[in-house]
Design a protein around this ligand. Structure first.
Ligand SMILES: N[C@@H](CCC(=O)N[C@@H](CS)C(=O)NCC(=O)O)C(=O)O
Length: 208
């Protein structure tokens, strides 16, 4: 049985929602980052960089939320969360997941953790402001893509990329201009949030 190490609302949301979509048995293990449990010696054996999430599958121990999502979807093709290999949809699915984690999630890290990137308060404020400007351009770009060929990132077809996308939109909710200000971004996120599996994930993590 899978074990997913999580902290409510963190990068585990997408892998957790994928597990719910798949419908396979799994165990959730809370790592309370406010209590700094991610820095414990025991957890560092699972995630050497002290982050959440991590996944354990038998002898396999892995981290990085996007990699976990890709792994789970490939292990459970019957769930239909990923297009088949060798299809143009598969290429786009990989493109979006890589872009979401490398670029959008990275900019979100600048906003949420400016302390990782700058030594003092004034430079942290500048890092945060620039991240918000960059993110606004990114959501604007997604809005155009989804307007032209939505409602999902792969058009009419829902995929795990939409789970990752929706997770990231939530992390903008306290920004001056949240991602869901953009109509087509909001429509995609609303469709995903209405899915029973996504709702079960939110409920299990105790978030709204
Ligand atoms: N790229 C990693 C990022 C993981 C990450 O930074 N997780 C945050 C929560 S969203 C975390 O563990 N933060 C704890 C800390 O920064 O001390 C992934 O997607 O798994």
């Amino acid at each position: 049985m899978y074990k997913l190490y999580y902290n409510p609302g963190s990068a585990n949301m997408a892998p957790h929602a994928a597990l719910e979509e798949i419908g396979t048995p799994y165990e959730l293990v809370l790592i309370d980052t406010e209590k700094r449990e991610h820095h414990s010696e025991a957890y560092r054996k699972i995630h050497p960089h002290s982050r959440v999430p991590a996944l354990v599958d038998g002898d396999l121990v892995m981290y990085e939320s996007a990699a976990i999502v890709l792994y789970l979807c490939d292990r459970h093709p019957e769930a239909g969360l990923a297009p088949a290999i060798d299809t143009p949809e598969r290429a786009l699915y990989l493109q979006w997941i890589a872009h979401l984690t490398n670029t959008v999630q990275e900019a979100l890290m600048h906003w949420h953790h400016p302390d990782f990137y700058a030594p003092d308060e004034s430079s942290r404020a500048a890092v945060k402001a620039e991240a918000e400007r960059r993110l606004d351009r990114m959501w604007g770009y997604f809005d155009g893509v989804l307007a032209k060929s939505g409602p999902y990132l792969l058009g009419e077809r829902f995929s795990a990329a939409d789970l990752f996308f929706t997770m990231l939109t939530r992390w903008t909710r306290n920004m001056a201009k949240p991602a869901t200000t953009y109509e087509n971004v909001r429509r995609c996120a609303e469709l995903v949030r209405a899915r029973p599996a996504y709702q079960r994930m939110m409920q299990a993590e105790g978030i709204s």
